[in-house]
Design a protein around this ligand. Structure first.
Ligand code: 5GP
Length: 189
C-alpha cells in the first residue's frame, strides 16, 4: 500500500513511487501522429465520423486525440464492466452506460486505453457491429501482446508495453492516478 507521502510524490515522474515508462512528451508526439493518420484515413467520412471512448480509462487519451484529428466528428462514450467478480477475464461484460445516439451508417473508431487480454474489446466490437455502423475500427493507446487471450486487430496503436500493470494518463489504480501526465508502473514492494 502506498503512504500519503508516496501518493503525493507520484506526480514527479522521476522521484515518486512509479517508474516512468512513457513520458508526457513521448505520449503527446505519438498521439499527434495517430491523429494525423486517422485524419488521412477518414477524410471522406466527414460528419459521419464518431470517436467512441470506452470509459473511464480512455478519457484523457480521447481528449488529446480528438484535437489531433482535423475533421468534423462527434464524441460518444460507453461504460462497460466485467460481469461479476469471478468472470473478469471471461469476456462477458455488461454495458453500464450506453451511447446517446444510434451509430447506424456511421464510421466508428473505438478508443481504448489498453488492450490486455483482448476479451473486453472483442465483446464490445461484436456488440457495436450488431448496430449496423458503416465501419468500426479500433484505436488503442497501449497493447500488452504477452497477455493476449483473444487476438484483435488494432487499426491504430500508440505503444506496445511489457507485461506490467501500468497507470497514469487515464489508467487507474483503484480509481486513482488517472491524472498523472505520464504512464508508469509500480516499481517497488
Ligand atoms: P482486457 O479485456 O483487454 O483484458 O482488459 C482491458 C481493460 O482492463 C482495460 O481497458 C483497462 O481498463 C484494464 N487494464 C488492463 N491492463 C491494465 C493495466 O496494466 N493497468 C490498468 N490501470 N488497467 C488495465
Amino acid at each position: 500500500m502506498l503512504s500519503a507521502q508516496q501518493k503525493a510524490s507520484a506526480f514527479d515522474p522521476h522521484g515518486g513511487p512509479f517508474k516512468e515508462l512513457l513520458s508526457a512528451e513521448t505520449i503527446a508526439a505519438r498521439v499527434a501522429e495517430m491523429g494525423k493518420q486517422i485524419t488521412e484515413d477518414h477524410r471522406d467520412h466527414g460528419e459521419d465520423l464518431v470517436l467512441l471512448s470506452v470509459l473511464k480509462g480512455s478519457v484523457i487519451f480521447i481528449a488529446d486525440l480528438c484535437r489531433a484529428i482535423a475533421l468534423p466528428l462527434s464524441l460518444e462514450f460507453i461504460g462497460i464492466a466485467s460481469y461479476g467478480d469471478e468472470t473478469k477475464s471471461s469476456g462477458v461484460v455488461r454495458i453500464t452506460s450506453d451511447l446517446t445516439r444510434p451509430i447506424e451508417g456511421k464510421h466508428v473508431i473505438v478508443v481504448e486505453d489498453i488492450i490486455d487480454t483482448g476479451l473486453t474489446v472483442h465483446y464490445l466490437m461484436h456488440n457495436l457491429r450488431t448496430r449496423r455502423p458503416a465501419s468500426v475500427s479500433l484505436c488503442s493507446l497501449l497493447h500488452k501482446p504477452s497477455r493476449t487471450a483473444r487476438p484483435v486487430d488494432i487499426d491504430y496503436l500508440g505503444f506496445t508495453v511489457p507485461d506490467q500493470f501500468v497507470l497514469g494518463y487515464g489508467l487507474d489504480v483503484a480509481q486513482q492516478f488517472r491524472n498523472l501526465p505520464y504512464i508508469g508502473y509500480f516499481d517497488g514492494e
